[in-house]
Design a protein around this ligand. Structure first.
Ligand code: PEP
Ligand code: MG
Length: 942
């Protein structure tokens, strides 16, 4: 057994060669060789000018990290053999004092993690080899420049000598700057060979002072030190943070590529640069990039010198330019995607050091994908899979001017970071009360940002008057987050570090006090909050979509046909609709939200939260009267006031939605969102209701719940007071009849009962709905066909889904509550500790934003499966916030749901995500259980 294992270990190839037009690996080997290693191999196979080298696999990395820093003898042997091969290819020897081979040691994971891990250049230099390099190149300055770079990088990456507390820069940068001052020069390139030689001595002294050890002179020791350091950099803080952000598994490891050095710092005919085959910001088809003459790679990235635009290379080094043009075209065609290239020119000769699929903005992703289909480089389906659905946010919302944002960051204006609850960019003057928001918006032309500890329905008008909402408390499905998303507002929620002082009308954030009226900017895509004004740019797609809305009044003003990015967006959406199987509906409570959602392509409403329709002064008072009514009579009175208001709202919604299905949910007010908590509000309400303040106050106290999210909400309210459900159903059907009479087209209502946990609850509410609907239709002499269903948002409902299905026409998964109740985590308080759960890798992501497929998903699977066994044509949908999240949509496709429903601005994202799910998994309803089992065996937590 042991012998076989030893043989297998011996047989494993740990080191892959590339160079001289051949390679052991290829672009298909990213898992083993990392993106960089795989693409160096591929470029070598293509016959492109790649310096020779070898890649040590990710398997060696994971073994090394698991075995606490030991390399097997086999790995050491394979590296030594590969190094000899490089020596032969180049015709120089490693550690040779007369003509040394130098190498770079580069990291490269399976997916690119730009700048997260470490690289060492010019490795192999010491006091002897530097003289050989100087003599052989005939350029003493170059040799010492290479040496000082090597000592600097090696000391940082391998020996860990960097800035210590209180130092602005690492000691090497400081020594370099001090030397330039002493000598009186501005640029590094102006330093002489003697200056650099002195600098190397100084660097080595710094290393000795800080580490107590001399800088290593033995090239072999340097090589293994660098390989180890690169492997260890897989677990540095930056890399871990990046992995968490991007959902990259910690088990992948990085590969290391050891590559023969080519020199961009050999004088005026040498240089180095980075380039993209298309513009990564806009997607425009133009070669884009920058370079520096007489420089090495890190100079371009580090921003020490200002690089030149790539187009000017045509004049400075025309031969290398022509070769670069040939290669960039070849590579894009070969990889069939936009490439990000790294190159070095050594004395006029071009070398390719890296290529990979280029990172791009949402704009560029859409533009490039559609352009490449037109150019017949990729298919429609590939194009759909190339665009990250979340990236569409950039096209649908205002965005910050990127340069201004850079300045804000550089000047330390970042105040704090919260949850990215409502995407987009907003800048405005900050206020701390909804009244102030309304007042300021009415009196000043400048936009307003409303900051609250948390929001409540009373804040709605203030929210409406604002361009952005900032809260100190609350999670991704808190009131502020839900409402802001539905209204299309930018929102940063649960920014726990800010302290808001309502009385003094100011907040403290990032150690600074921000007074009411100051400019603040919110980045709803990242959750970042900045002090001061950062200008925004409007969305061209939105401007087009809303100008082209199909209302007759607006038709006359219909503007010019779509061009540029708008055209690309519309094309992509059309393709998505051709492919997807899931329907996409919207969560909307107001006619204007319906209008927005339809413009975005919504096919119906999946959830109207009727309690949201009561936001606003007059309506909220009526609801409060109803909630606080002492007896049925008083409640009926309040309901009589509510009826016409509600009917009017329903009419508005039906008019907008035409013959699209409209799911209307009966009242589900978590009471804490509706009770007047402040004394002043209670006094006003007592006056309006004609009851003594004390009595009303006592009633508020009585109704106040310790755990309102699990309190007297959902259908429990309608069970205790059926007249509430009855009133809503009457309003709904009267509205439907009126609209049918007015337009000649019947609306398609779907009545939905919330928070059902037992079939009896649904039966009782269904009885009320059926009776009242029949009564209205009879009285108004119109038959309105409708569906009657329930939300599935409690674990118990999933477990007794067969019983519930017997009474319901449809299920709609309320995954906000289902997540809350499955985990037992309050959705309103989750923001406080979810970051700690993510840091500790308990959660890969916020389960209120991205569905927990393993746990909550399993309950959904049970509900679907058992519900459909009883009723094969049971309609299934989802209306929790997860209905707009791409990975959750993918799951819904596999689960075989009919539709997903999400806030209006997420509709395009859902359309694309649904298309991607169809392309990835084939027809809807593939076996989720298989997938669950395979996730479990992959050793994921939960
Ligand atoms: C849900 O719980 O997922 C849902 C849609 O209902 P609400 O967010 O209104 O509780
Ligand atoms: Mg719910």
């Amino acid at each position: 057994m042991a012998a076989r294992a030893a043989r297998a270990a011996r047989a494993r190839r740990d080191v892959y060669w590339f160079g001289d037009g051949v390679a052991d690996g290829s672009k298909e080997d990213k898992e083993l060789l990392g993106g960089k290693g795989a693409n160096l191999a591929e470029m070598s196979r293509m016959g492109l000018p790649v310096p020779p080298g070898f890649t040590i696999t990710t398997e060696v990395c994971t073994d090394f990290l698991a075995e606490k820093g030991v390399f097997s003898a086999s790995v050491r042997k394979q590296v030594a053999a590969a190094l000899v091969k490089v020596e032969r290819s180049i015709g120089k020897k490693f550690a040779d004092a007369d003509d040394p081979l130098l190498v770079s040691v580069r990291s490269g994971a399976r997916v690119s993690m730009p700048g997260m891990m470490d690289t060492v250049l010019n490795l192999g230099l010491n006091h002897k080899t530097v003289e050989g390099l100087a003599a052989k190149s005939g350029n003493r300055r170059f040799a010492w420049d290479a040496y000082r770079r090597f000592v600097q990088m090696y000391s940082d990456v391998v020996l860990g000598v960097g800035a210590v507390d209180g130092e602005l820069h690492d000691p090497f940068t400081m020594a370099l700057e001090a030397l330039k001052n002493r000598v009186g020069v501005e640029e590094d390139t102006e330093l002489s060979a003697a200056d650099l030689e002195r600098l190397v001595g100084e660097f080595k002294r710094i290393v000795f002072d800080r580490t107590g050890e001399p800088f290593p002179d033995d090239p072999q020791e340097q090589l293994w030190g660098a390989i180890e350091a690169v492997f260890r950099s897989w677990n540095n803080d930056r890399a871990i943070a990046y992995r968490q952000m991007e959902g990259i598994s910690s088990s992948w490891g990085t590969a290391v590529s050891v590559v023969a050095m080519v020199y961009g710092n050999l004088g005026k005919t040498s240089g180095t640069g980075v380039a993209f085959t298309r513009d990564p910001a806009t997607g425009e088809k133009r070669f884009y990039g920058e370079y520096l003459i007489d420089a090495q790679g890190e100079d371009v990235v580090a921003g020490i010198r200002t690089p030149l635009p790539i187009a000017s290379l045509e004049k400075t080094l025309p031969k290398a330019w022509r070769e670069l043009q040939r290669i960039q075209k070849l590579l894009e065609k070969h990889y069939r995607d936009m490439q990000d290239l790294e190159f070095t020119i050594q004395e006029g000769r071009l070398y390719m050091l890296q290529c990979r699929s280029g990172k791009r903005t949402g704009f560029a992703a859409v533009q490039i994908a559609t352009d490449m289909v037109r150019e017949k480089l990729i298919t429609r389906d590939e194009a759909l899979l190339r665009v990250d659905p979340e990236g569409l946010n950039q096209l649908l919302r205002p965005v910050f001017d990127p340069k201004e944002l850079d300045v804000a960051r550089a000047k330390g204006r970042l105040l704090t970071k919260g949850l990215n609850a409502g995407p987009g960019a907003a800048t405005g003057r900050i206020v701390f009360s909804p009244e102030a928001a309304e007042r300021r918006a009415a009196e000043h032309p400048e936009p307003v940002i409303l900051a609250r500890i948390e929001t409540s329905p009373e804040d709605i008008k203030g929210m409406q008057a604002s361009v952005g909402i900032l809260t100190a408390r609350g999670g991704m499905t808190s009131h502020a987050a839900l409402v802001a998303r539905q209204m299309g507002l930018v929102c940063v929620a649960g920014a726990g570090e800010i302290e808001i002082d309502y009385a003094r009308r100011c907040m403290t954030a990032g150690g600074r006090v921000i007074e009411e009226g100051e400019w603040v900017s919110l980045d709803g895509n990242t959750g970042e909050v900045y002090q001061g004004l950062v200008n925004t740019q409007p969305s061209a797609v939105i401007e087009h979509l809303f100008a082209a809305e199909t209302k007759p009044a607006r038709k006359a003003t219909k503007h010019a046909p779509a061009t540029g990015i708008v055209k690309a967006f519309l094309t992509l959406m059309k393709w998505a609709d051709e492919v997807r199987e899931l329907g996409v509906r919207t969560n909307a409570d107001q006619p204007d939200q319906c209008e927005t959602a339809i413009a975005f392509g919504a096919e119906g409403i999946g959830l109207t939260r009727t309690e949201h329709m009561f936001f606003g002064d007059e309506k909220i008072e009526a609801v409060r009267e109803m909630i606080l009514a002492e007896d049925q009579e008083a409640r009926e009175e309040a309901l009589a006031r509510i009826l016409p208001l509600q009917r009017e709202d329903f009419e508005g919604i039906f008019m907008e939605m035409g013959q699209r299905p409209v799911t209307i949910r009966t009242l589900d007010p978590p009471l804490h969102e509706f009770l007047p908590m402040e004394e002043e509000a209670q006094r006003e309400l007592a006056k309006a209701m004609g009851v003594p303040f004390k009595r009303l106050h006592a009633k508020v106290e009585y109704l106040s719940e310790l755990n309102p999210m699990l309190g007297h909400r959902g259908c429990r309210l309608g069970i205790a007071h059926p007249e509430i459900t009855r009133c809503q159903v009457r309003a709904l059907f009267e509205a439907a009849c009126r609209v049918a009479k007015r337009t000649g087209r019947k609306p398609r209502p779907e009545v939905m009962i919330p928070l059902v946990g037992t079939v009896r609850e649904l039966e009782l509410q269904a009885m009320v709905v059926r009776e009242e609907a029949a009564a209205v239709c009879k009285r108004l002499e119109i038959d309105i066909p409708y569906l009657l269903g329930t939300m599935i948002e409690l674990p118990r409902a999933c477990l007794v889904a067969d019983k519930i299905a017997a009474v319901a026409d449809f299920f709609s998964f309320g995954t906000n509550d289902l997540t809350q109740t499955t985990y037992g985590i309050s959705r309103d308080d989750a923001g406080k500790f979810i970051p700690a759960y993510m840091e500790n890798e308990i959660f890969d992501h916020d389960p209120f934003a991205q569905l927990d497929q393993v746990g909550v998903g399993r309950l959904m699977h049970i509900a679907c499966h058992e519900g459909r066994q009883v009723k094969p044509d049971l309609k299934l949908g989802i209306c929790g916030e997860h209905g707009g999240d791409p990975s959750s949509i993918d799951f819904c496709h596999r689960l075989g749901l009919e539709y997903v429903s999400c806030s209006p601005y997420r509709v395009p994202i859902a359309r694309l995500a649904a298309a991607q799910a169809a392309l990835r998994h084939g027809p809807k309803g593939g076996d989720v259980e298989d997938r669950r089992r395979s996730t479990a065996t992959r050793g994921l937590r939960h």
